[in-house]
Design a protein around this ligand. Structure first.
Ligand SMILES: *[C@@H]1O[C@H](CO)[C@@H](O)[C@H](O)[C@H]1NC(C)=O
Ligand SMILES: *[C@@H]1O[C@H](CO)[C@@H](O)[C@H](O)[C@H]1NC(C)=O
Ligand SMILES: *[C@@H]1O[C@H](CO)[C@@H](O)[C@H](O)[C@H]1NC(C)=O
Ligand SMILES: *[C@@H]1O[C@H](CO)[C@@H](O)[C@H](O)[C@H]1NC(C)=O
Ligand SMILES: *[C@@H]1O[C@H](CO)[C@@H](O)[C@H](O)[C@H]1NC(C)=O
Length: 475
């Protein structure tokens, strides 16, 4: 039945096209295009349509915001009938912010480029995030992300490495000149949602953060390339924020801020909201970020961060390898962190921890809200051309505890600092680490300890992707 129905639809569409073609005559030849798509996804959709069927124009000049909105609104009727895919063909599609729906896939052709509009009227303003209390750039609201979704289930943004270009220069200028009334938009933000896939895309020149899943669970981020100038402000790669069960893998990130920044809300707002980021796996990440971290935990971590597993990470010309950023007033915790098999070339610090990061939402933070940092495990790493092996600074009278570092070889640069390790207010052990660590992390000998790394899978590791096949015809 379903097949027959679809075949009739295709035949009908074809007849309509022939008639349209005849009516228009030779001067504007409308050619039908065919496309077959094959890719893996958490769900395949029963219905598919092209942006061009909703008035989309891929000339790089016409605004497609209304076409995206119309398409998504139309396709929402299929949510309970197998869901829908919106296909974006090759072309340059200028657009402002638009919202996703449940049981929906946005698919970008390999030569499709979404160009983010520079007209602020194309960007609705949202309230600050409840766990942050205010915007990052300005106290008032925040511009909605280019691709935004809230309260969704089963949503996919993917493509054959198609591009989303944030045209960030305009926003970076406004930010530097302190002209922004609202916080800059992100490229993709999905909140209060479950079953999310963001994969096989190139994200370029975001106005600010690139991918921001927040208050969500069951999230797969795979095959994302992020490219932004290394001096661009706050162009974080992927920021899981108050999320559970997230898998980030096979990503390549060059940016002006942390490649992956794990977060969970800011000071008293984050404490009150109380939603941690936990069960996070990061694997096969390559990072280039000379002024920031490969993986940062914080600084906004007031809802807590627990059970992060990172492995097979490459950092090149990056400021730090793993960085924990926090401050008195944050509250919350960072615990059960496991990192192994990291290779680093040209780093300022391999390991960094700061208990005095500062940067408060406002003056109302609780001076008794001391974050708890414990159970931090790093092993099997090699680094070369390093300026300082580690700078680990806890909080006076509230040391960071349970730090374990094993089988780590750090080659120092010719111009390295004389003292490779600086440690204050921390407790832990090391085993087989060169150069010789600080006294607060006594070396147990090369064979004494392998720091923990969990052997079990997280639920997100067991998600099975389906092979989806679409044969499409469109104008
Ligand atoms: C989305 O879900 C959150 C949390 O459950 C709720 O507070 C909010 O009102 C919902 N928003 C919409 C637009 O439904
Ligand atoms: C995707 O495109 C980017 C930018 O052109 C490129 O660097 C990257 O290698 C591509 N990824 C894949 C998997 O083809
Ligand atoms: C992304 O692309 C790669 C390489 O083409 C493919 O193996 C993988 O299945 C894709 N993943 C997703 C989730 O789209
Ligand atoms: C030490 O780490 C290296 C990778 O940096 C790895 O090849 C080696 O197997 C590790 N040794 C042990 C004993 O685990
Ligand atoms: C080592 O790092 C310095 C910057 O700290 C850089 O200029 C130099 O090219 C690097 N050397 C190698 C061999 O990568």
């Amino acid at each position: 039945m379903e097949l027959l129905g679809r075949r009739t639809q295709v035949i009908k569409l074809f007849l309509v096209l022939v008639v349209v073609g005849l009516l228009r005559g030779a001067e504007s030849r409308t050619t039908m295009k065919f496309e077959s798509l094959e890719y893996t996804a958490i769900s395949c959709r029963a219905h598919s349509a092209s942006l061009t069927e909703f008035g989309g124009v891929g000339d790089g000049k016409s605004s497609n915001t209304k076409a995206f909105q119309a398409a998504i609104s139309q396709l929402s009727q299929y949510a309970s009938e197998g869901g829908a895919q919106l296909f974006v063909p090759a072309g340059k599609w200028l657009t402002g912010s638009f919202n996703l729906i449940s049981h929906f896939t946005l698919y970008l052709h390999k030569d499709a480029v979404l160009l983010a509009s520079q007209d602020v009227n194309e960007w609705p303003v949202l309230k600050p995030l409840p766990s942050y209390g205010r915007g990052r750039d300005a106290a008032a609201g925040r511009f909605s992300s280019l691709i935004f979704g809230t309260n969704l289930t089963d949503v996919i943004v993917t493509g054959d490495n198609g591009t989303i270009d944030g045209q960030g220069e305009f926003w970076w200028q406004q930010f530097h000149k302190k002209k922004l009334k609202y916080t800059r938009p992100y490229l993709i933000e999905i909140m209060f949602s479950t079953d999310i896939q963001i994969s096989n895309l190139t994200l370029r020149d975001s106005p600010s953060w690139n991918v921001h899943p927040v208050y969500s669970s069951n999230i797969l981020v795979q095959g994302i390339t992020v490219i932004a100038p290394i001096t661009s402000p706050n162009t974080d790669g992927i920021n899981p924020d108050s999320c559970t069960n997230t898998r980030i893998e096979d990503c390549y990130i060059v940016s002006g801020d942390d490649c992956v920044a794990v977060k969970s809300g800011w000071d008293e707002y984050g404490i009150a909201f109380g939603r941690p980021t936990k069960q996070l796996v990061i694997r096969r990440l390559t990072c280039i970020s000379p002024y920031s971290a490969t993986i940062a935990l914080g600084s906004e971590m007031s809802g807590g961060i627990q059970d992060v597993r990172a492995e097979d990470i490459v950092a090149i010309n990056t400021e730090s390898g793993i960085r924990i950023k926090t401050a008195v007033g944050r509250g919350g915790y960072v615990k059960d962190i496991y990192v192994r098999r990291m290779t680093m070339h040209t780093m300022k610090w391999v390991f960094k921890m700061n208990g005095d990061y500062g940067s408060h939402a406002d003056g109302k933070y609780d001076k008794n809200a001391v974050p708890e940092i414990k159970g931090i495990n790093y092993r099997d790493m090699v680094a070369d051309n390093v300026t300082i092996a580690a700078r680990l600074e806890g909080i006076a009278d509230h040391p960071f505890t349970g730090i374990c570092i094993s089988n780590v070889t750090i080659g120092l640069a010719a111009k390295a600092k004389k003292q490779p390790w600086t440690c204050t207010d921390i407790e832990g052990i090391t085993s087989g680490v060169t150069p010789s660590p600080c006294d607060l992390l006594p070396d147990q000998g090369p064979k004494a300890t392998a720091c923990n790394f969990p052997a079990d899978d997280l639920p997100i590791d067991l998600v099975e992707l389906k092979q989806c096949t679409y044969r499409m015809s469109y104008l």
